[in-house]
Write a protein that binds this ligand. Sequence first.
Ligand SMILES: [Zn+2]
Length: 445
Amino acid sequence: MRRRRRFLRGGSPYPPRKGALPRAAQWVRRPTAQGLAAAVVLLGAGAALLAAGAATGARGEAPKPQPAKVKTQAKPGGPEVVARPEPLRDLGRRHKVRLVYFVPKDRRPADRWAEKIPVLMTFVNDLYARDLRAKGYPAAGMDFEFQDGRPLVHLVAGKDAAAEYSGEPNFEPQRQWRRILPEVEAALGRAAENLYVVFAETYADGPAKFEWPGGMALGARFSASGGVGMFSAWILRDEFCATTVEGQLRLLADDTPISGRTALHRLKPDSPRFEFIEDGFGAVAHELGHAFGLPHDRRADDVEIMGNGFRHLRNNYLATPGPKAGFMADTARMLRWSRFLADDVDLADAQPPVARITHPAKLKVGATTILLGGEITDDNALGAIQFFSPRHDWVLGGMDLAGREVRLSHVVVVPPLEKGPLELVISIIDRGGNIGIVRAKMEVE
Ligand SMILES: [Zn+2]
């Protein structure tokens, strides 16, 4: 635990308090004694809105589909497909996930991006929809914009060159967030009112410890109706992203070494193709989770999408051995009330729940429980509550809520506590997708 914690920087990956600038949570796996750590980046204030003269809301031209040409090392009769992701559908919902391809002025868009991005999102949506349905929730999955029967991807032309966004040679993920997001907002509308998944064509060639230089993965919730997940467009390269779901399944089954490149998952040089796909497609699912308001949950790190579980997503689709990616119950019950995932969310409810939470001011070293009390109210109907510990990077529990008023008396179970400050981030979602957040600060001594 201690070793993991040392790599936490900047604070919790959690959504902002009202009035604060949204934070972007970054998920980067680094080599450590344990082989992993979370790096959380707190965005600086004052991300000024740039005039986006060159930015456009131009829509992607979708060339005619062709079968993807894949050189495969998969053995004949090799990994069998156990599940096919369901195609994206136009659900006619008011809250749609909007797909954006951001291309700086000195870059060319990746080949057939207008087909590749929907294929990638077909897998990402399926990870959510299938898991929520398996848990008995009515969630139908995400809704997307469609044009002429195809999922729509907005091409936003950046007004600057790629290095202006990435900071090359001093690559800085949060700089990309600060510089790209205002241009996307100027072209397509505010992130507080839109949920964007942005693929940024800002990565560079040259050596990199993992993936490509200038890669990034960031996500943040802005409101019940908006948020942003941002990911580097290296994932759209032909060797990782196909133009059809069938082609993508073949790529996922393929373990051809990618010469000179290292996937983040196992950090083994010349990593197999499928690992880059798991890292890239999975990271989009993970950052989207932050955009929906989810914190990390490292309890079941090899399963939970809000941990590192997304790095195993091929096991969800192929008969390959190992864990499958999904959500823990405490995460899923928050997603269940997202405006972007369910049809039965009360869109007329604009007020988040209000809570007065009582908690001990001091705790003893070694304690394993925290007693919480208080009252939680909502003007309409409460949905669920979740307890998150930034120090552990874990969700400590949660439960369903109902009605307009709940008296809380709940024991949160924690790993034996170590000396120092301890914060619990308590999020409460109502049945309109609004989230109220209370931070309980305690001292372990
Ligand atoms: Zn994360």
